[in-house]
Design a protein around this ligand. Structure first.
Ligand code: COA
Length: 425
């Protein structure tokens, strides 16, 4: 039975961490070579991915531990330049697993394609004729994906919307079950393919034919309990709920609250080379339906424990996309071990909830800078010029002194180098 609660994982040597991950995910020697940096995205492949290619950029990738989601253990690869996010997720997941972990549900993976029809001579009539041709249009759309049709997925339904200030315009919304793909390609292909028939039926002209990134028919919901005695007691729990109410009532706070959620989610999306801009667009537009607000909620149960939950659209794929081009992204998927896009969506929602809970708990208690700066102190030591063992020596000295700053790092480095050169003379 796999167990992601790898105590003191962060204190282990890098080689040992890789070994533990390899054991957990049954990685091959080739996968380990990827993690150890001996095999990565080739310049040749990278050049074929974008235009005017010149180089690649590196982002550190770590592993969040402790995740128990719907009864299954996960190690979660996260690629992010910001310290404390991976620690925060591991921390929150450690608390959540004491109450059974994260419980999640994902809807069918329905994406929405939008076909804008302009210059319609008789919009009321066109709306009716389009709906009367619903079956024909769906059948046509499904000609574009044999594999989705075989899985009884593909184009499932359509509906028509219009707008008040532009009377001769309608929008045909095509609902496509994209199964394990992110879905942008197939939805766009279907929309473009049925566009001529839509023109003929409506009497108008098709303008835009493109998927919507507000994938609110592809939702994931997730909930976890954080026991009050594990997070600092009743007063901390009460303050967490007050922090939620702050985000609910103050758009400036809501933006930061949601950014914290995306800190976690984006890091996993980047590690797996999924389209994080699409998920970001979906998350924030969903958060603004009915007025911009927080994507997570925190409440107290009868025992005073904190119940955290999140509802978020999640357009992600486990097949297709750019993932296959990147050896690291492929190994990340192996580490995650998700069998479908909806399982992946549930993992992502859990990570978003975990990150947000940890950040809100810290904010409502000791403040965010304490944990963040503790972990950032190594970066500061490196920026000041520390190398090798000096990084840890200087960063732990700054943490001990509670003075974590670039100027102190430079002072300590100079002191250390000076003392050492004295000793050598
Ligand atoms: N690296 C990785 N994981 C770490 C860690 C580190 N340096 N420090 C703590 N953790 C995780 C581990 O899972 C650990 O469990 P383990 O010991 O079984 O491995 C768990 O957290 C608890 O460790 P503990 O030492 O009790 O943590 P802490 O009380 O010192 O808290 C933080 C440290 C960073 C987790 C906490 O301050 C926090 O959550 N801060 C919020 C940070 C945040 O939200 N940042 C993002 C936006 S700024």
């Amino acid at each position: 039975m796999k167990n992601s609660a790898l105590k003191d994982f962060h204190k282990k040597h890098l080689k040992e961490r890789i070994r533990l991950v390899a054991d957990f995910a049954n990685l091959s020697q080739g996968d380990v070579d990827v993690l150890e940096g001996r095999r990565n995205l080739s310049l040749e492949t990278a050049e074929s991915m974008v235009e005017n290619f010149v180089t690649k950029i590196e982002i550190p990738m770590g592993i969040a531990t402790n995740f128990l989601i719907n009864g299954k253990d996960y190690l979660i690869p996260m690629a992010i330049e910001e310290p404390s996010v991976i620690a925060a997720c591991s921390y929150a997941a450690k608390i959540a697993r004491q109450s059974g972990g994260f419980t999640c549900y994902a809807s069918d993976p329905l994406m929405i394609g939008e076909i804008q029809i302009i210059d319609i001579p008789n919009p009321d009539y066109a709306r009716i004729t389009l709906m009367k041709n619903r079956e024909k249009l769906l059948e046509m759309a499904n000609e574009k994906s044999k594999s989705l049709s075989q899985m009884k997925a593909g184009a499932k339904d359509l509906y028509i919307t219009g707008y008040h200030d532009d009377q001769d315009v309608l929008v045909l919304n095509l609902l496509v079950d994209v199964r394990d793909a992110m879905g942008a390609n197939i939805v766009n292909t279907m929309c473009e393919y049925i566009a001529p028939a839509v023109e003929e039926i409506s009497g108008g002209k098709v303008n835009l034919r493109i998927l919507s990134n507000l994938s609110d028919r592809r939702m994931v919901h997730c909930s976890a309990t954080f026991k009050t005695d594990l997070i600092g007691g009743k007063e901390v729990s009460r303050r967490i709920v007050k922090a939620y109410s702050f985000a609910k009532n103050d758009i400036h706070r809501a933006a930061t609250h949601n950014k914290g959620i995306m800190n976690g989610i984006d890091a996993v999306l980047i590690a797996t080379l999924n389209d994080w801009r699409a998920v970001e667009a979906g998350a924030h537009s969903y958060a603004s339906m009915g007025g911009y607000g927080p994507l997570t909620r925190f409440a107290l149960d009868s025992k005073g424990d904190v119940i955290g939950s999140i509802s978020i659209p999640m357009a992600v794929g486990t097949v297709g996309g750019s993932m296959r081009s990147s050896p690291v992204a492929m190994v990340s998927m192996k580490i995650l071990g998700v069998g479908s896009s909806s399982e992946f969506a549930q993992v992502l929602a859990s990570v978003g909830l975990a990150q947000n809970f940890a950040a809100v708990r810290a904010l409502a208690n000791e403040g965010i800078q304490h944990g963040h700066m503790k972990l950032h102190s190594r970066n500061i030591a490196i920026a000041a010029g520390a190398k090798g063992e000096l990084v840890d020596i200087i960063s732990s000295r700054m943490v001990k002194e509670k003075n974590i700053s670039p100027s102190r790092a430079v002072e300590l480095l100079e002191q250390y180098l000076h003392n050492n050169s004295d000793r050598k003379e």
